[in-house]
Ligand binder design. Structure first.
Ligand code: ZN
Ligand code: ZN
Length: 388
């Protein structure tokens, strides 16, 4: 689950602090090759996870265009507003040795880029999150060019994490674990979900994230709604509370972990439900290995939950990939016959939700390795009963 409740108010574009090896230069060449193989003449990448992945440049999307251009047959270059050029050059882009062009306020940057593409350009791909106004400006500047999404090409590069990326995800996982270990400091009867969430958000930053991406605190009947964020509901003795939290670390990698707590002894029916869920989640993490398909991994947990009679109450997919974005490929979902491979990182987060009563979810990030699954979240999964 992911809900944005906060985001950093950072400057329009800021230089990334790149850990060694996290943003290697060869990615641009791999992207160029992938574009050529896909029959694309160029990739146009605006600020976001794709730009950061390819160049290490952490630029924030805004009204002025910043765009990495990767021609299938030629040298990549970056076009930025003139006032952003120093920040771009100070970022890992400076070490890539690619051309960086600053455009003036009065330039038509779309015409400028169109003029630098090969004359016979017929098909371009834009990153999936490019703002519509920018895509439409490109299609106006390139009237005879077909524009498609670059996501499919780029996800194939991003889906297998390098050892440096796994290290970054491990660090993010440890940071969010530190927050879960402190939940007892804030979660108690008489406080509202919103008050608890505010304390958690502060702790997410204190634990080593630069942004808080989401905080879900679902207490009592709200725990039965996987899309619940926070409310002014006052937490009561006996409540189960779903706490699903995540943030982004300095180097760009995301955390996401859910634990379900009880504030005082919960209803015996809840304990029964929780035991089933814990068995299912454990079995799914144990089942991670190269070659198992996403849908088979989903079924491992779904079957256990269905056999216990809760099948209709597990109402979402098992998980999502994670990296520079909280939700990315591979999705662990019924209908996906994608086999898992070493380096793929994703959540395993089954849940059981009984409407108007209570629900629970347990979520860990796991990485597929040659030997099986490695958990990146290491806090306990037994039900934690806090003082009620
Ligand atoms: Zn989550
Ligand atoms: Zn998640």
């Amino acid at each position: 689950m992911r809900h944005v409740t906060d985001s950093s108010a950072s400057s329009a574009a800021s230089a990334s602090v790149s850990s060694a090896g996290l943003y290697p230069a060869e990615r641009l060449e791999l992207a160029r090759k992938a574009a050529a193989e896909a029959g694309l003449d160029a990739l146009l990448i605006s600020p976001g996870a794709d730009l950061r992945y390819l160049t290490g440049y952490h630029a924030v999307p805004m009204e002025r265009l910043t765009c990495l251009v990767v021609p299938a047959d030629g040298e990549a270059f970056l076009v930025v507003p003139a006032l952003e050029k120093p920040a771009a050059l100070a970022s890992p882009v400076g070490a890539l040795g690619i051309g960086v062009t600053g455009f003036a306020e009065t330039d038509n940057v779309y015409e400028l880029i169109a003029g630098r593409l090969p004359r016979d350009t017929g098909r371009i791909a834009v990153d999936n999150h490019m703002w519509a106004e920018k895509l439409l400006a490109f299609t106006a500047a390139l009237p005879r060019v077909q524009a498609v999404l670059a996501g499919e090409v780029l996800q194939e590069l991003r889906i297998r994490k390098s050892p440096a990326e796994v290290t970054a995800l491990r660090r993010a996982g440890a940071a969010i674990d530190r927050v879960h270990r402190r939940i007892g400091e804030w979660l108690r009867p008489g406080r509202t979900e919103r008050e608890v969430a505010r304390d958690i958000a502060d702790a997410i930053i204190a634990a080593g994230h630069t942004t808080v991406d989401f905080v879900i605190v679902g207490s009592g009947p709200n725990s039965a709604s996987p899309h619940h964020e926070v409310s002014d509901r006052v937490i009561r003795t006996g409540d189960p509370v779903v706490v699903d939290i995540g943030g982004t670390t300095e180097d760009g990698y995301c955390s996401d972990s859910t634990r379900t707590y009880a504030v005082g002894e919960p209803h015996p029916d809840f304990r029964e439900l929780y035991d089933v869920l814990q068995r299912a989640q454990h079995a799914q993490v144990e089942a991670v290995r190269p070659g198992i398909t996403a849908e088979a991994l989903d079924a491992v947990g779904r079957d256990i939950i269905a056999d216990a009679g809760y099948g209709e109450h597990f109402i979402h997919r098992t998980g999502h990939g994670i990296g520079l974005e909280t939700h990315e490929e591979p999705y662990i979902v019924s209908g996906s016959d994608r086999p898992l491979e070493p380096g793929m990182a994703f959540s395993i987060e089954p849940g059981i939700y009984l409407p108007d009563r209570f629900g629970a979810r347990i979520e860990d990030i796991a990485v597929c390795t040659a030997d099986g699954g490695e958990r990146l979240n290491l806090t306990g999964r037994d039900l934690v009963v806090l003082p009620g």
